[in-house]
Design a protein around this ligand. Structure first.
Ligand code: DX5
Ligand code: ZN
Length: 220
């Protein structure tokens, strides 16, 4: 069964706690925390996301799925380790070289957190094959990172199916996560190509009934 990681990027501050509570009742599988630093991407959500993640940690046992869209990766990894997220995902494009990718992934794992690596729509999936044996999660961005509410870029679907095939042929068990522009209309294609976890923001947060929307997204 596909899992849903709800992006809380666009949750309004006035009723944030109620929204987090409602999402738990609606059975989101994870809270997806979109950390942006104003450098790797234009927007800066750093303080808000840290305060949201800390609040969630106090009120819920559901796992945190932290997506770091930042340049100073190590600094942010250290900031999030004390919150014991289920996943910490870093961006391949934010690393200086492949050695740095390896070192940071190792560092996350050493702290007993599942490590994830993400690529932007323009990066070829083949570039990251060598990291897969050491990865728990591979996050395929289906929009350009930087903001919620964008349209899914159709060409990214093909990357997921290529990756799925590669994982199968090489007996690897990395989860595939897709992130950006996912909604009721395009969810089936993502299931068909083999995504395991779907990050969904606007489609859930802008809906009147979170539970119904999550059920609808999960339904086959
Ligand atoms: C984009 C973020 C996504 C995004 C998801 O940079 O990584 O998590 O906010 O939101 P929607 O579903 O609105 O595209
Ligand atoms: Zn994200």
């Amino acid at each position: 069964m596909i899992e849903i990681s709800t992006s809380i990027l666009n949750v309004a501050e006035q009723n944030a706690m109620k929204t987090f509570y409602d999402l738990e009742v609606a059975k989101t599988d994870y809270y997806h925390i979109d950390v942006m630093d104003g450098k790797f991407v234009e927007k800066n959500t750093s303080d808000l996301m840290y305060s949201y993640a800390s609040s969630i940690k106090q009120m819920s046992n559901l796992p945190l799925d932290v997506h770091l869209m930042v340049s100073d990766i190590k600094e942010y990894v250290d900031k999030y380790i004390p919150l014991s997220p289920h996943f910490i995902t870093i961006h391949y494009e934010a690393c200086k070289n492949k050695q740095e990718v390896k070192e940071i992934l190792e560092y996350i794992k050493k702290n007993n957190i599942m490590c994830g690596l993400s690529i932007k729509p323009g990066t070829k999936v083949e570039e990251i094959y060598e990291f897969l044996p050491n990865l728990s999660l591979f996050l395929v961005m289906t929009v350009e990172p930087g903001k919620g509410g964008q349209k899914l870029i159709p060409q990214t679907i093909e990357k997921i199916s290529k990756l799925k095939k590669y994982l199968y042929e090489n007996n690897l068990e990395t989860y595939i996560e897709a992130d950006g522009g996912i909604n009721i209309e395009n969810v089936n294609i993502l299931k068909e190509v083999g995504a395991d976890i779907l990050v969904v923001g606007s489609c859930i947060i802008n809906s009147a009934d979170y539970k119904k929307t999550i059920q609808e997204l999960k339904k086959y």
